[in-house]
Write a protein that binds this ligand. Structure first.
Ligand SMILES: [Zn+2]
Length: 493
């Protein structure tokens, strides 16, 4: 018997706007696709929040005993900034700026993306396909859409015919938009004369002579439209219809709307049974944006090298902070919020660390089984992690009371309590037990300061082998040294 058999889950489906009982297409198996990053710059913290929420979903589904195939793509082909953009794509633009190969940009930021996710204790997806590795599949899909009469070629580019599609299908059903309103709200722009209608979107774009990333196709040397890659890769690995498609709220329109249209146009089937959208991350109550400067990189948040926050925050504290809000709520990143999460996280971990020293009694004064079921009920209700955490704090209170002798626990219940806490804290929330290192902060700081001084001496003596060894071995136990203009500081991960 698998856990999922006694734990039916409900998922808020963006397509219907309702919380629905989840039923996978094949019992015991789940296919889940999440739109991955575009690797032309450092991964945005807002995207990290989305991926972190789906990492938790993936972890919980696995914990329930489902066999999950989780596909998260890498957008490395470069997509247009908007459909009016006839020139370079973002990856090519960045490459020109930095005088390097586009694939070098892709490699650098893919590595950066993986490093950040590893630091934050993400589970790797089952498959991480790249857009450039699936050009043939995308070309086949375009041919099929043309064949079915829902796309047209003009001057080497191919566009999806939204108006034609809407005659027999419902364009806008995910984002709850009507084509008439879209027409009403679109200004006709110059330079869009290739398209029959401004609402049409590119499936294939003919490459301008200066465009570096290009592939041969029946229509021109060019490159695929961005929306197409997710349709090609999701259905290749999960089937023409699959269980869950996730992504950030901002992708609902046009990206996910176009994915539905492409699949229906090519295969005659709506591809996804449950659409899940993670809400936005704000910074100090405002939208994160590079142009206004209200932004922070994941790296800066983790290292404390920033002017926004009072200190560095460990990966587990960041994960805990994220899980304290529902994935469907806007999350506001603030110093006060992070400090409160940090305090809560260590309070919880201090209790977890007491578990090994608890004295067993003949009977329990608390109902551990009922408490355990409440934890599952919270997660079964559309992955309601803030409620789960409230129950974990309730357990922390019990643990302290048992320790003090005001409550008792039987050996059987203690085993169940440990098992449940370990499952939710480590497997589902993906936290790491760093409480012991961090709670002895003063002594730890003193010890690391000694090592920092020894490392400085080693560097003055040009003994770089030793100075690197000190840095690397500290990193191996989760202590990162950071060299800045005011000397060396450290953070504990
Ligand atoms: Zn996508």
């Amino acid at each position: 018997m698998q856990l999922y058999q006694s734990n039916p889950i409900k998922i808020y489906n963006s397509l219907t706007g309702k919380k629905e009982a989840f039923k996978p297409i094949n019992e015991g198996y789940i296919g889940m696709y999440v739109c991955g990053p575009t690797v032309y710059s450092n991964v945005h913290l807002g995207n990290v929040r989305t991926f972190m929420s789906f990492d938790m979903v993936f972890r919980y589904l696995k914990h329930l005993g489902y066999k999950v195939r989780y596909v998260r793509n890498i957008t490395d082909a470069g997509h247009l900034e908007n459909d009016a953009d006839v020139g370079e794509d973002k990856i090519t633009k960045k490459a020109r700026l930095e005088q390097i190969e586009p694939m070098e940009v892709v490699q650098r930021y893919t590595v950066d993306f993986h490093n950040i996710l590893n630091t934050l204790n993400f589970l790797p997806p089952s498959i991480e396909p790249t857009a450039t590795g699936h050009i043939i599949e995308q070309i086949e899909l375009i041919s099929k859409i043309i064949e079915n009469g829902f796309a047209y070629e003009i001057n080497g580019s191919v566009y999806f015919d939204v108006h034609k599609f809407n005659e027999t299908h419902e364009y806008g059903k995910l984002s709850k938009r009507k084509l008439e309103d879209l027409i009403h709200n679109t200004r006709t722009l110059d330079g869009q004369s290739d398209k029959k209608n401004p609402q049409d979107f590119a499936l294939w774009k003919k490459a301008e002579p200066q465009h570096i990333m290009r592939w041969p196709s029946p229509w021109s040397d060019g490159f695929p439209g961005w929306h197409l890659e997710c349709t090609a890769m999701s259905t290749k690995y999960l089937g023409e219809q699959f269980d869950i498609h996730g992504g950030g709220m901002d992708l609902k329109f046009p990206h996910h709307e176009c994915e539905i249209a492409q699949n229906e146009a090519a295969k005659g089937k709506s591809p996804v049974n449950y659409w899940m959208h993670a809400n936005m991350l704000e910074l100090n109550g405002k939208r994160m944006s590079k142009t206004t400067g209200n932004t922070i990189n994941p790296d800066e948040l983790l290292s404390g090298n920033n002017t926004i926050f009072s200190k560095a925050y460990s990966p587990s504290v960041i994960r805990f902070f994220n899980a304290q809000s529902s994935y469907r709520s806007i999350l506001d990143l603030t110093d006060d919020g992070l400090l409160a999460s940090e305090k809560g996280f260590y309070r919880l971990m201090d209790a977890v660390n007491l578990l090994e020293d608890l004295k067993e009694s003949t009977i329990s004064s608390i109902d551990v089984s009922a408490w355990r079921q409440k934890c599952y009920d919270a997660m079964n209700d559309d992955f309601n992690s803030p409620i789960l955490i409230a129950h974990l704090f309730e357990a922390a209170k019990y643990i302290n009371q048992i320790k003090e002798g005001s409550e008792t626990i039987s050996s059987e219940d203690l085993k169940l309590l440990k098992e449940t806490i370990n499952a939710f804290v480590y497997d589902v929330l993906g936290l790491k037990n760093t409480a012991k290192i961090d709670s002895g902060t003063d002594k730890l700081s003193g010890a690391v300061d000694v090592l920092i001084k020894l490392r400085q001496e080693a560097r003055i003596n040009k003994n770089f082998a030793l100075s690197d060894k000190i840095r690397d071995e500290l990193a191996a136990v989760g202590i990162q040294l950071k060299d800045g203009k005011d000397g060396t500081t450290f953070s504990v991960n």
